[in-house]
Design a protein around this ligand. Structure first.
Ligand SMILES: *[C@@H]1O[C@H](CO)[C@@H](O)[C@H](O)[C@H]1NC(C)=O
Ligand SMILES: *[C@@H]1O[C@H](CO)[C@@H](O)[C@H](O)[C@H]1NC(C)=O
Ligand SMILES: *[C@@H]1O[C@H](CO)[C@@H](O)[C@H](O)[C@H]1NC(C)=O
Ligand SMILES: [Zn+2]
Ligand SMILES: [Zn+2]
Length: 312
């Protein structure tokens, strides 16, 4: 009896703790420790173009390398501040992917796009530009009525990895360090994907197909997070199943100023878990950028992508 009472009390105590807990790093969100975003430096190279040599160019090269746009065989060129031909070409590819006039100059539009917080999964993987694959493929229900056609911009990850045909039910679980507040939003995101695809999902206690966790900085998978802002999350292609949130972000349930919506980010990362790459459609959940205080839902482009990948 005494034991039962203790269990009940500790249960209530834990419940109280959970409901009082800030999500992620919310308690640190005071104006005094507002650090600049890891992408903030890009503002200092606005206006730069080929031939310029400016302090932060080497960091821009790192940024474009991280997201797959730039590869130097010679490390001297990778680490210097010369706005060279290779960098110009990378900037142009970035601009084409994000529907910006491909001038190769870091104009305000390009800088604004590049400084948007985003998913850590690259846009170009092993030389495959995931944002262009279907960029020119038009689903012409009728090609002679040009203004009616819709252009599909979803993409697959390199090699089109996907879950086996028979595996339409996937289980998921959370790593031990997951804030309790994340469980609901992630589960809702799975239910949204389930209601629009042939997949079903359920929560498991162990050995699940998909594992969701919160990680900080370098966490051992070769894709270090970068603190507040910058990259927000990443996930691996089928059938790896790992989905990591950046634990240093300010996370929220629903739209909250300066915070990132757990469910919106989950919808995006689940897309990667199922095999989708980034989409050039800004309204699609698989678009790489995610604004603070913004919520998004699945878009026909995302659904079409899964249906096409799995031939359903
Ligand atoms: C870039 O180079 C141009 C000359 O081509 C120069 O006028 C401009 O000030 C340079 N910009 C920066 C940010 O260094
Ligand atoms: C790398 O580039 C630098 C500067 O252009 C050059 O001096 C060096 O010889 C190059 N190294 C190799 C291995 O090509
Ligand atoms: C496309 O539309 C035009 C006129 O709107 C029509 O004449 C033509 O037969 C249509 N083609 C197809 C393949 O549906
Ligand atoms: Zn992504
Ligand atoms: Zn990770």
């Amino acid at each position: 009896m005494a034991l039962k009472q203790f269990n009940l009390l500790s249960f209530i105590f834990i419940l109280a703790l959970i409901s009082l807990s800030p999500i992620g790093q919310a308690k640190r969100n005071t104006p005094s420790d507002k650090k600049p975003s890891p992408f903030e430096f890009i503002k200092t190279v606005q206006g730069c173009h080929k031939g310029n040599k400016t302090k932060e160019i080497h960091n821009l090269k790192k940024y474009l390398h991280k997201f797959g746009y730039l590869q130097y065989p010679n490390q001297t060129h990778a680490n210097n501040d010369d706005f060279d031909e290779a960098l110009e070409s990378a900037v142009k590819t970035y601009q084409r992917n994000y529907n910006i006039n491909p001038t190769g100059t870091l104009d305000a539009t390009t800088v604004s796009k590049m400084t948007t917080p985003r998913c850590g999964v690259p846009d170009i993987i092993n030389g495959k530009n995931t944002m262009q694959k279907h960029g020119t493929k038009e689903h012409e229900s009728n090609s002679s009525s040009k203004h009616i056609h819709t252009v599909s911009h979803y993409s697959f990850l390199p090699g089109n990895p996907r879950w086996p045909r028979s595996k339409t039910h996937l289980t998921y679980m959370f790593s031990a360090n997951t804030p309790a507040a994340a469980v609901g939003p992630v589960s809702r995101a799975f239910q949204k994907w389930a209601s629009s695809t042939h997949f079903t999902f359920s929560l498991a206690q162990s050995s699940a197909d998909l594992v969701i966790g919160f990680h900080s900085g370098d966490h051992g998978d070769g894709n270090p997070f970068d603190g507040r802002g910058g990259t927000l999350a990443h996930a691996f292609a089928p059938t790896n199943g790992r989905f990591h949130y950046d634990a240093d972000e300010l996370w929220s349930v629903g739209p909250v100023q300066d915070a990132f919506d757990l469910e919106t980010v989950a919808l995006h990362e689940i897309g990667h878990l199922l095999g989708l790459g980034h989409s050039a459609v800004e309204a699609a959940i698989m678009y790489s950028g995610i604004g603070a205080g913004v919520t998004k839902n699945l878009h026909p482009d995302d659904i079409q992508g899964i249906k096409s990948l799995y031939n359903v």
